[in-house]
Write a protein that binds this ligand. Structure first.
Ligand code: SAH
Length: 338
């Protein structure tokens, strides 16, 4: 069983409330004109959600139970393929054989054929795009959130500036569905490590690696930066997180980067980047490029703007992860939004 909340609210609250809902275990949100319908598995304590929402003025909350089969159908229905940065990002059920809208032109990898996709049919698919299949499960990262897409933009910029991606290694901190790690591997980064402190995200990411036929040069680890240290140091680290974990992880992240390596951060509301960039400077990282993006998600306007940035680590020696201050040792814990 699942339960759902109907949250009637002012439009300027949509994004922050959405963030709080996802932080509290929400697995899907339907947008209505004046309300959000948020779905939760019944393992989540509704009182905690109500308590978290009480921090906002200007909303009302009502609750009802819903049958799992209805919820699953409604949830799947709302997903669309997303086209961004050379990728067509789709949930697998949109490209199954009985869905003619999503036939894809060749070349097709064996797993797409297995799922009943047909070659050569006419679609909106552009032959030079890569198909990236994401079954979100309970994880974040279906490709429809602006904070994910701006990381893809910066990753493409980084990739274009490299002579050769063979030999490059990447760490994706907070991989969620695995979307960014998979995209990087498809772009040609040969060694990809993805970590997440959330077990169901690790499971989703492993499933999505397999869906996209990524079997070598990539691994998913349950944990955080320190647990991935052994596979580093890395040429590039991606971190689409929130304020608090970005602050706390900055030192171990910098220590896991090669000198001259790049860090892409995302998930900060515009205006929150100041303290993060200060913390980064202490670890020898400085801002190279920033994107401030208006909300490009499904919300009907009035959402916040987000900050994403690419930072470069100076070519100086930097202490080992063990030398980072105690404060940043909390990186194994799941965060709240800062
Ligand atoms: N990378 C995906 C998902 C981002 S959501 C995308 O860009 O779309 C953020 C993810 O970070 C969540 O899956 C959450 O479980 C994970 N996370 C939060 N704090 C973390 C930490 N300290 N270390 C590793 N993962 C963390």
């Amino acid at each position: 069983m699942f339960f759902q909340f109907k949250i009637t609210l002012l439009s300027n609250l949509r994004e922050p409330v959405t963030a709080v809902l996802y932080d509290h275990g929400c697995t899907g949100i339907e947008e209505r004109d004046d309300a959000l319908i948020a779905y939760f598995p019944d393992t989540v304590n509704p009182d905690k959600i109500i308590a978290a929402l009480s921090a906002f003025d200007g909303l009302t909350v009502s609750r009802e139970a819903v049958e799992e089969k209805d919820w699953q159908a409604a949830w799947k229905e709302r997903f669309e393929c997303v086209r961004a940065e050379g990728f067509l990002i789709c949930p697998p059920w949109k490209i199954q054989g009985n869905n003619p809208a999503t036939f894809i032109t060749p070349p097709l990898s064996p797993s797409y054929l297995k799922m009943g996709m047909k070659e050569g049919a006419e679609t909106g698919y552009e032959g030079n795009e890569r198909l990236l299949l994401i079954d979100p499960g309970n994880a974040f990262g279906a490709g429809d959130h602006i904070t994910t897409l701006t990381v893809l933009t910066l990753l493409r910029q980084w990739a274009a500036a490299q002579d050769n991606l063979a030999g490059k290694s990447l760490l994706d901190v907070g991989t969620g569905t695995g979307i960014l790690a998979i995209a990087a591997r498809m772009m040609g980064v040969v060694d990809v490590t993805a970590v997440d402190t959330d077990k169901s995200s690790v499971e989703a990411a492993e499933k999505n690696f397999a869906l996209n036929d990524i079997t070598d040069g990539a691994r998913v680890i349950h944990g955080s930066v320190r647990d991935a240290g052994a596979a580093g140091p890395y040429d590039i680290i991606l971190a689409n997180l929130f304020l608090e974990p970005l602050l706390e992880l900055m030192c171990p992240v910098a220590a896991a980067l090669k000198p001259g390596g790049a860090l892409i951060i995302s998930g900060l509301l515009a205006g929150q980047e100041g303290p993060v960039l200060n913390e980064a400077a202490k670890s020898g990282l400085s801002l190279n490029d920033g994107i401030v993006s208006a909300d490009g998600g499904r919300s009907t306007g009035g959402g916040p703007t987000w900050f994403s940035g690419m930072l470069m680590r100076e070519e100086i020696p930097f202490p080992s992860p063990g030398a980072c201050p105690e404060r940043s040792r909390r990186d194994g814990k799941a965060p709240g939004r800062g």
